[in-house]
Design a protein around this ligand. Structure first.
Ligand SMILES: Nc1ncnc2c1ncn2[C@@H]1O[C@H](COP(=O)(O)OP(=O)(O)O)[C@@H](O)[C@H]1O
Ligand SMILES: [Mg+2]
Length: 236
Protein backbone atom coordinates (compact mmCIF):
# COMPACT_ATOMS: atom_id res chain seq x y z
CA UNK A 1 0.00 0.00 0.00
CA UNK A 2 1.49 3.34 -0.98
CA UNK A 3 0.59 6.25 1.17
CA UNK A 4 1.36 9.79 0.15
CA UNK A 5 2.12 12.91 2.09
CA UNK A 6 -1.02 14.70 0.90
CA UNK A 7 -3.77 14.82 3.51
CA UNK A 8 -6.55 12.25 3.42
CA UNK A 9 -9.02 14.95 4.27
CA UNK A 10 -8.49 18.71 4.25
CA UNK A 11 -10.97 21.27 5.57
CA UNK A 12 -10.65 25.02 4.95
CA UNK A 13 -13.16 27.36 6.50
CA UNK A 14 -15.71 24.57 6.65
CA UNK A 15 -19.09 25.37 8.12
CA UNK A 16 -22.27 23.43 8.67
CA UNK A 17 -25.58 25.07 9.37
CA UNK A 18 -29.17 23.94 9.31
CA UNK A 19 -32.38 25.86 8.82
CA UNK A 20 -34.67 25.20 11.73
CA UNK A 21 -38.43 24.66 11.26
CA UNK A 22 -39.12 28.22 12.49
CA UNK A 23 -36.86 29.51 9.71
CA UNK A 24 -33.86 30.50 11.82
CA UNK A 25 -30.43 29.30 10.76
CA UNK A 26 -28.48 27.33 13.34
CA UNK A 27 -24.71 27.36 12.84
CA UNK A 28 -23.35 24.04 14.07
CA UNK A 29 -19.77 24.37 12.78
CA UNK A 30 -17.95 27.47 11.66
CA UNK A 31 -14.56 28.14 10.08
CA UNK A 32 -13.10 24.67 10.55
CA UNK A 33 -9.51 24.28 9.30
CA UNK A 34 -8.15 20.77 9.66
CA UNK A 35 -5.91 18.34 7.80
CA UNK A 36 -5.80 14.64 8.63
CA UNK A 37 -2.86 12.58 7.36
CA UNK A 38 -2.08 8.88 7.11
CA UNK A 39 -1.10 7.51 10.49
CA UNK A 40 -2.44 10.57 12.33
CA UNK A 41 -3.79 10.23 15.87
CA UNK A 42 -6.22 13.05 16.54
CA UNK A 43 -8.48 13.43 19.55
CA UNK A 44 -11.44 15.78 19.65
CA UNK A 45 -12.97 16.91 22.90
CA UNK A 46 -15.70 19.43 23.64
CA UNK A 47 -18.89 19.69 25.58
CA UNK A 48 -22.11 18.09 24.42
CA UNK A 49 -23.62 19.99 21.50
CA UNK A 50 -20.31 21.63 20.45
CA UNK A 51 -20.46 19.95 17.02
CA UNK A 52 -18.14 16.95 17.46
CA UNK A 53 -20.35 14.36 15.77
CA UNK A 54 -21.21 16.78 12.98
CA UNK A 55 -17.49 17.31 12.35
CA UNK A 56 -16.81 13.57 12.26
CA UNK A 57 -19.71 13.05 9.85
CA UNK A 58 -18.23 15.68 7.53
CA UNK A 59 -14.75 14.13 7.65
CA UNK A 60 -16.26 10.71 6.93
CA UNK A 61 -18.47 11.76 4.01
CA UNK A 62 -21.74 11.08 5.82
CA UNK A 63 -22.62 14.77 5.69
CA UNK A 64 -21.56 17.66 3.43
CA UNK A 65 -20.53 21.20 4.41
CA UNK A 66 -22.71 24.21 3.88
CA UNK A 67 -19.69 26.53 3.63
CA UNK A 68 -15.97 26.37 2.96
CA UNK A 69 -13.82 23.85 1.15
CA UNK A 70 -13.62 20.17 2.05
CA UNK A 71 -11.37 17.80 0.09
CA UNK A 72 -11.22 14.06 0.45
CA UNK A 73 -8.09 12.62 -1.20
CA UNK A 74 -7.96 15.85 -3.14
CA UNK A 75 -11.53 15.66 -4.41
CA UNK A 76 -13.98 18.45 -3.66
CA UNK A 77 -16.64 16.91 -1.44
CA UNK A 78 -19.22 19.59 -2.10
CA UNK A 79 -19.34 19.01 -5.85
CA UNK A 80 -18.93 15.24 -5.62
CA UNK A 81 -21.87 13.11 -6.73
CA UNK A 82 -23.63 11.12 -4.03
CA UNK A 83 -22.64 7.78 -5.51
CA UNK A 84 -18.99 8.74 -5.60
CA UNK A 85 -19.20 9.92 -2.00
CA UNK A 86 -20.80 6.65 -0.91
CA UNK A 87 -18.13 4.63 -2.68
CA UNK A 88 -15.25 6.63 -1.26
CA UNK A 89 -16.75 6.32 2.21
CA UNK A 90 -17.17 2.57 1.82
CA UNK A 91 -13.61 2.09 0.64
CA UNK A 92 -11.69 4.59 2.73
CA UNK A 93 -13.61 5.28 5.95
CA UNK A 94 -14.44 3.12 8.95
CA UNK A 95 -16.82 4.41 11.61
CA UNK A 96 -17.03 3.23 15.21
CA UNK A 97 -19.98 4.62 17.19
CA UNK A 98 -20.78 4.77 20.87
CA UNK A 99 -23.91 2.65 20.37
CA UNK A 100 -22.18 -0.02 18.22
CA UNK A 101 -25.01 0.11 15.59
CA UNK A 102 -24.85 -3.61 14.82
CA UNK A 103 -27.62 -5.25 12.83
CA UNK A 104 -29.84 -7.20 15.22
CA UNK A 105 -30.76 -10.75 14.26
CA UNK A 106 -27.56 -11.13 12.23
CA UNK A 107 -24.61 -13.08 13.53
CA UNK A 108 -21.29 -11.44 14.32
CA UNK A 109 -19.92 -12.95 11.11
CA UNK A 110 -22.80 -11.57 9.03
CA UNK A 111 -22.42 -8.14 10.61
CA UNK A 112 -18.74 -7.96 9.75
CA UNK A 113 -19.42 -9.10 6.18
CA UNK A 114 -21.91 -6.32 5.42
CA UNK A 115 -19.36 -3.68 4.30
CA UNK A 116 -18.09 -6.15 1.70
CA UNK A 117 -21.49 -6.89 0.15
CA UNK A 118 -21.04 -3.88 -2.09
CA UNK A 119 -17.27 -4.18 -2.45
CA UNK A 120 -15.95 -4.81 -5.91
CA UNK A 121 -14.13 -7.98 -6.90
CA UNK A 122 -12.16 -10.26 -4.67
CA UNK A 123 -13.27 -9.05 -1.28
CA UNK A 124 -16.90 -9.72 -2.25
CA UNK A 125 -16.18 -13.36 -3.07
CA UNK A 126 -13.88 -13.85 -0.10
CA UNK A 127 -15.97 -11.85 2.33
CA UNK A 128 -16.74 -14.69 4.72
CA UNK A 129 -13.11 -15.62 5.16
CA UNK A 130 -11.98 -12.01 5.48
CA UNK A 131 -14.71 -11.35 8.08
CA UNK A 132 -13.75 -14.46 10.04
CA UNK A 133 -10.09 -13.40 10.09
CA UNK A 134 -11.06 -9.93 11.26
CA UNK A 135 -13.20 -11.34 14.07
CA UNK A 136 -10.30 -13.57 15.08
CA UNK A 137 -8.10 -10.47 15.05
CA UNK A 138 -10.37 -8.76 17.60
CA UNK A 139 -10.49 -11.90 19.75
CA UNK A 140 -13.96 -13.12 18.79
CA UNK A 141 -13.04 -16.18 16.75
CA UNK A 142 -15.24 -18.25 19.05
CA UNK A 143 -18.34 -16.04 18.68
CA UNK A 144 -18.77 -15.99 14.91
CA UNK A 145 -22.31 -17.35 14.95
CA UNK A 146 -23.49 -15.36 17.96
CA UNK A 147 -26.14 -12.64 17.63
CA UNK A 148 -25.10 -9.19 18.91
CA UNK A 149 -27.88 -9.16 21.51
CA UNK A 150 -26.21 -12.14 23.18
CA UNK A 151 -22.81 -10.46 23.40
CA UNK A 152 -21.55 -8.17 26.15
CA UNK A 153 -21.10 -4.45 25.42
CA UNK A 154 -17.35 -4.87 25.02
CA UNK A 155 -17.83 -7.80 22.66
CA UNK A 156 -20.41 -5.89 20.63
CA UNK A 157 -17.98 -3.01 20.26
CA UNK A 158 -15.29 -5.44 19.12
CA UNK A 159 -17.66 -6.75 16.43
CA UNK A 160 -18.33 -3.14 15.42
CA UNK A 161 -14.58 -2.51 15.25
CA UNK A 162 -14.10 -5.60 13.08
CA UNK A 163 -16.87 -4.36 10.80
CA UNK A 164 -15.42 -0.83 10.63
CA UNK A 165 -11.94 -2.06 9.82
CA UNK A 166 -12.60 -5.08 7.62
CA UNK A 167 -12.03 -3.11 4.42
CA UNK A 168 -8.80 -1.62 5.79
CA UNK A 169 -10.00 1.99 5.70
CA UNK A 170 -7.45 4.72 5.45
CA UNK A 171 -9.42 6.88 7.89
CA UNK A 172 -10.95 5.53 11.11
CA UNK A 173 -13.47 7.80 12.81
CA UNK A 174 -14.52 6.88 16.34
CA UNK A 175 -17.39 8.81 17.95
CA UNK A 176 -17.14 8.25 21.72
CA UNK A 177 -16.29 4.58 21.13
CA UNK A 178 -15.90 3.83 24.83
CA UNK A 179 -18.84 5.94 26.00
CA UNK A 180 -21.11 2.94 26.64
CA UNK A 181 -18.42 0.74 28.21
CA UNK A 182 -16.92 0.47 31.66
CA UNK A 183 -13.43 1.95 32.08
CA UNK A 184 -11.50 -1.31 31.81
CA UNK A 185 -13.43 -2.59 28.78
CA UNK A 186 -13.20 0.83 27.18
CA UNK A 187 -9.42 0.85 27.57
CA UNK A 188 -9.15 -2.61 25.99
CA UNK A 189 -11.38 -1.61 23.08
CA UNK A 190 -9.42 1.61 22.51
CA UNK A 191 -6.10 -0.27 22.49
CA UNK A 192 -7.54 -2.63 19.90
CA UNK A 193 -8.63 0.22 17.61
CA UNK A 194 -5.17 1.80 17.94
CA UNK A 195 -3.39 -1.50 17.23
CA UNK A 196 -5.34 -2.16 14.06
CA UNK A 197 -4.90 1.46 12.98
CA UNK A 198 -1.15 1.10 13.46
CA UNK A 199 -1.02 -2.17 11.52
CA UNK A 200 -2.62 -0.52 8.50
CA UNK A 201 -1.10 2.97 8.96
CA UNK A 202 -4.64 4.34 9.07
CA UNK A 203 -5.46 7.76 10.46
CA UNK A 204 -7.55 7.71 13.61
CA UNK A 205 -9.77 10.55 14.77
CA UNK A 206 -11.40 9.88 18.13
CA UNK A 207 -14.09 11.90 19.90
CA UNK A 208 -13.83 11.21 23.58
CA UNK A 209 -14.67 12.52 27.02
CA UNK A 210 -11.96 10.35 28.54
CA UNK A 211 -8.76 12.37 29.16
CA UNK A 212 -6.60 9.24 29.30
CA UNK A 213 -7.76 8.28 25.81
CA UNK A 214 -7.30 11.81 24.49
CA UNK A 215 -3.80 11.86 25.97
CA UNK A 216 -2.74 8.93 23.80
CA UNK A 217 -3.24 10.77 20.53
CA UNK A 218 -0.59 12.98 18.97
CA UNK A 219 -2.87 15.94 18.23
CA UNK A 220 -5.46 17.32 20.58
CA UNK A 221 -8.33 19.41 19.32
CA UNK A 222 -11.21 20.98 21.14
CA UNK A 223 -14.51 22.14 19.72
CA UNK A 224 -16.07 25.11 21.41
CA UNK A 225 -19.52 26.10 20.13
CA UNK A 226 -18.71 24.92 16.61
CA UNK A 227 -15.21 26.36 16.42
CA UNK A 228 -12.02 24.34 16.55
CA UNK A 229 -9.35 25.32 19.02
CA UNK A 230 -5.99 23.59 19.21
CA UNK A 231 -5.40 22.19 22.61
CA UNK A 232 -1.73 22.47 23.40
CA UNK A 233 -1.66 20.97 26.86
CA UNK A 234 -1.97 17.22 27.19
CA UNK A 235 -4.54 16.23 29.81
CA UNK A 236 -3.17 14.38 32.81
N1 LIG B 1 -29.77 17.99 11.60
C1 LIG B 1 -29.79 18.81 12.64
N2 LIG B 1 -30.82 19.69 12.81
C2 LIG B 1 -30.83 20.55 13.84
N3 LIG B 1 -29.87 20.63 14.77
C3 LIG B 1 -28.84 19.78 14.66
C4 LIG B 1 -28.73 18.85 13.60
N4 LIG B 1 -27.58 18.16 13.76
C5 LIG B 1 -27.01 18.64 14.87
N5 LIG B 1 -27.73 19.63 15.41
C6 LIG B 1 -27.40 20.41 16.60
O1 LIG B 1 -26.08 20.87 16.46
C7 LIG B 1 -25.38 20.85 17.67
C8 LIG B 1 -24.15 19.98 17.57
O2 LIG B 1 -24.52 18.63 17.42
P1 LIG B 1 -23.45 17.45 17.49
O3 LIG B 1 -22.51 17.59 16.37
O4 LIG B 1 -24.22 16.17 17.57
O5 LIG B 1 -22.72 17.77 18.87
P2 LIG B 1 -21.81 16.85 19.82
O6 LIG B 1 -21.49 15.59 19.09
O7 LIG B 1 -20.60 17.67 20.13
O8 LIG B 1 -22.62 16.60 21.05
C9 LIG B 1 -26.36 20.36 18.71
O9 LIG B 1 -26.94 21.48 19.34
C10 LIG B 1 -27.40 19.63 17.89
O10 LIG B 1 -28.64 19.61 18.51
MG1 LIG C 1 -21.88 13.60 19.51
Amino acid sequence: MTRGSAPIVAARGVGRSVVLPEGDTLTILDGIDLDVYDGDRVSVVGRSGSGKSTLLNLLGLIDTPSAGDLRFLGEDVRTMRGGRRDRLRGEEVGFVFQQFNLLPGRTALENVQTPMLYAPGRSFWRRERIAREMLERVGLGERLATMPERLSGGEQQRVAIARALVRRPRLILADEPTGALDLQTGATVMHLIEEVARETDAALVTITHDPTIAARSSRHLRLDAGRLVDKIEVPA
